[in-house]
Each structure stands twice: as structure tokens, then as C-alpha cells.
Design a protein around this ligand. Structure first.
Ligand code: G3I
Length: 383
């Protein structure tokens, strides 16, 4: 429970409040494109799997998945196999799962996902070698270099010859949320974390297996913010240090509202700066919440979410993003609906509003929603 509470604090207040600066549901009166609704209806008739629509444009679509659900729910497994060309293990590769006791490694649940990927020709994104939250109790944060070396050798070593595991989030969420939570104003790293430690982590990873793509992954960087500036500086530092870093994971746990606007210009500039640095931006944990004022029906809400998906992905694809991973595939399994992690002030104390948390492309009965069609449409229109 203490862990859960910590998580809630972060998710409820910090993660998501960082995103409260966003929202592009406000009407853009200048554009005269067909409304998303018309296009969405066309798409329902086609009902293509997203992985095929993505592949037609040289892109990948995928979702975070859990091994326990995969093993016991055939419908879930079938849906993942049909829609996804890449998956991220929800928790199976985190330090607390792979090295629960110091020096003792276990890969049973992560291997179950890898085997599933092998069978269905799906790529696997390795998440993550270094994270202040997905850590066993015995591990300090930050860990010592010796602990990091043993862990990275153990985990990356296990997947060195894997044909499906193609990329790693080498480090996750190392940037603090604001200047009060760092003692390093330049890079904004979480307290105690030094840039040299992250550089060495990347160096160790490259010494174990440099055949995979290496990512730095974070949230709250989808616009011009204190945090995105530090994230970009850290990416630049790693590049300048001669370290192998192939990409940046932009998590994209997004909140949109008609009450505030999305920093489209700032987001474009983050994508451009990453491309200029030759660090490939990918979307690693996309899900969308509509914040108050809420519409008066689920149909309207689903349409607002779909419109948000479409506009966000249009921006991503215009900047050559080639991989989009949603944090789950169906609303049945979204982390956002878990009572312990219920987000911020609009929802947590209002159980009657929880039905408005519908962040993913499929509903709780595994039926495609307008968001699914919007993602399909974005892939089809991508150049
Ligand atoms: O599977 C067990 C279950 O057997 C047990 O009965 C239950 C009792 O508490 O716990 C279940 O495990 C939980 C697991 O999620 C699966 O639901 C863990 O307690 C819980 O800590 C774990 O939380 C995950 C969290 O990361 C911490 O690892 C969330 O599902 C997952 O969505 C979340 O993912 C993070 C990304 O890694 C990083 N970015 C933010 C994202 C969302 O917070």
C-alpha cells in the first residue's frame, strides 16, 4: 500500500498536472477539414487492424500488455495479436519484476510476452532498466553503478539474442517535474541522479548489447515546459558525450479540455529539436483523458477523445514519428481506472464520473470506439 500511495501522489497530482497545460479541443475556426466524425464513420465500415494500416506507411502501432491477462484471456490475446505490431510489457521488465532480490533474476512473465511476440510477429519494447518507481524495496535510488552494471548485464544479457526485443527504455522518468525537485538546474534530474550516472548507464547498456535501439523515456514533455527543456538538454548531453541514444520516448498520458489549450507549437518544437539531434521521437504510452467540463453523454465524450487522438497523431506523423504505443488497448485494463491511481481533482472523489475515463481505442467489452477509428484514420492519412 505505501507504494500505491506514492504512485497515486505522483500520478494524481504530478504527472497529470504537468499535462493540464494541454488540451486542443478548443475549436480551430480557420480549418475547413471534414469533421472527424464523418471520417470516423467511414472507417468503421473498413475496420482494418491498426497494425496493417500502420505497416502500409512504414509505421508500427502497439500497446502495453500484461502477461497475466495474456495467459488467461483468449479474447485479449487475440485482440493484441490482431491489432499490434509492437508491445510494451506493462511491468514484467521493470527492476522489481526481473531482479526482485539482489542478484537473483527471473524472466518468466517477460518471457511469456516475448514468446507471444515471437508467435505473432510482434516487436517488443523493453521497459525499463532504470526507474525510481518500478524498483524493489532493497534497491536505493539512484542505485550504485555496481548495482546498475549487474542489473543491466542480467536483463539485457537475457534478451541479447532475442529476435523480438528490438528496443529498450534505458532510463525512464529521470527528469524531475519542477525546479523544486532537482538539485541540478541544467538537466533537471531527480534528486541524487547525476548526468554522469545516466551516461554510464547508457555506456554499460551499449557494452552489453548495442544491437537494440536505446531510448530515454519520459512524461510531461509534450509541449514547451520547464521539464521538456531539461529533457532535451539531457538528450543533448548524452549525444555530446558520444553515448548511443537512438530515440526519445514521449509517453503522452494526455489530458485535454475545452477549458484550456494544447501547446501545439511547443510540442512541434520538441519533435523538431529531437529530429535535429537525430534522436528519433516515438510515442510510448499514449492515453487520453477529457477533463472538466465534461460533456453530457458518453457518445460526445468518445468523439472528443477521438478528435484529440486524431489531432495529436497528425502532429506526430507530420514530424515523422513512426511508432505509436498506447498504454493498454482496452478501457477494461487501463491503469487510469484503477481506484488507487484515479487521477486528479475531477475524478478521484467523484465515482459517478469514473465512467468518463475511456482513454483507449477499445471499450471494456473489447469493442472499437471512435478513438480506434481516429487512430486508423491518422495512420491512413500519414505521409
Ligand atoms: O499483478 C498484481 C496482482 O497479482 C496483485 O493482486 C495486485 C495487488 O496489488 O497487484 C498487481 O500488480 C500491480 C501491477 O501494476 C498490475 O496491475 C502492481 O501492484 C502495480 O504496482 C503495477 O502498477 C503499474 C505501475 O506502472 C508500476 O509498475 C501500472 O500497472 C502501470 O500502468 C504503470 O506504468 C507506468 C509506466 O511504467 C511508466 N509511465 C507511467 C505509467 C503509468 O503510471
Amino acid at each position: 500500500m505505501p507504494y500505491r500511495r506514492k504512485f497515486l501522489t505522483r500520478a494524481g497530482y504530478t504527472t497529470l498536472s504537468a499535462l493540464l497545460t494541454m488540451g486542443f479541443l478548443q475549436k480551430d475556426k480557420q480549418k475547413e477539414e471534414p469533421s472527424a466524425k464523418e471520417l470516423v464513420l467511414n472507417y468503421t465500415a473498413k475496420n482494418y487492424p491498426l497494425r496493417e494500416l500502420a505497416a502500409a506507411k512504414g509505421k508500427r502501432y502497439g500497446a502495453a500488455i500484461s502477461s497475466d491477462i495474456l495467459l488467461k484471456d483468449k479474447d485479449y490475446a487475440n485482440l493484441i495479436a490482431r491489432e499490434c505490431s509492437i508491445v510494451t510489457p506493462n511491468g514484467e521488465l521493470k527492476w522489481n519484476a526481473t531482479e526482485p532480490q539482489q542478484g537473483l533474476f527471473t524472466f518468466e512473465s517477460a518471457d511469456a510476452i516475448a514468446n507471444f511476440c515471437q508467435k505473432h510477429n510482434i516487436d517488443m519494447h523493453g521497459h525499463t532498466l532504470f526507474w525510481h518507481m518500478g524498483k524493489p524495496d532493497w534497491l536505493p535510488y539512484p542505485p550504485t553503478l555496481k548495482m546498475i552494471e549487474r542489473h543491466v548485464k542480467g536483463v539485457m544479457g537475457h534478451y541479447r539474442n532475442s529476435k523480438v526485443l528490438k528496443s529498450w527504455d534505458i532510463a525512464n522518468e529521470i527528469i524531475a517535474d519542477n525546479e523544486n525537485e532537482t538539485d541540478n538546474p541544467t538537466y533537471g534530474l531527480r534528486k541524487g541522479v547525476k548526468p554522469e550516472l545516466i551516461r554510464d548507464l547508457f555506456l554499460i547498456a551499449a557494452s552489453v548489447d548495442n544491437s537494440k535501439e536505446f531510448y530515454l523515456n519520459d512524461f510531461g514533455i509534450e509541449g514547451a515546459t520547464w521539464k521538456s527543456e531539461r529533457f532535451l538538454k539531457m538528450v543533448e548531453y548524452l549525444k555530446n558525450s558520444g553515448v548511443k541514444i537512438d530515440g526519445a520516448g514521449i509517453q503522452s498520458h494526455l489530458w485535454f479540455s475545452t477549458a484550456y489549450s494544447f501547446d501545439e507549437k511547443g510540442f512541434n518544437s520538441v519533435l523538431k529539436r529531437l529530429n535535429d539531434l537525430e534522436v528519433k521521437p516515438i510515442i510510448t504510452e499514449l492515453d487520453i483523458i477529457i477533463d472538466a467540463p465534461l460533456p453530457d453523454s458518453i457518445e460526445k465524450l468518445d468523439q472528443m477523445i477521438a478528435d484529440s487522438y486524431k489531432r495529436y497523431l497528425d502532429l506526430c506523423f507530420a514530424a515523422k514519428v513512426d511508432t505509436v504505443i498506447t498504454w493498454g488497448l482496452t478501457d477494461r485494463h487501463t491503469w487510469i481506472r484503477h481506484p488507487d491511481w484515479m487521477p486528479g481533482k475531477t475524478f478521484r472523489d467523484n465515482p459517478n464520473l469514473w465512467k468518463f475515463l475511456r482513454p483507449l481505442p477499445f471499450d471494456e467489452k473489447f469493442q472499437p470506439k471512435p478513438a480506434y477509428n481516429a487512430i486508423a484514420q491518422a495512420f491512413e492519412q500519414a505521409t
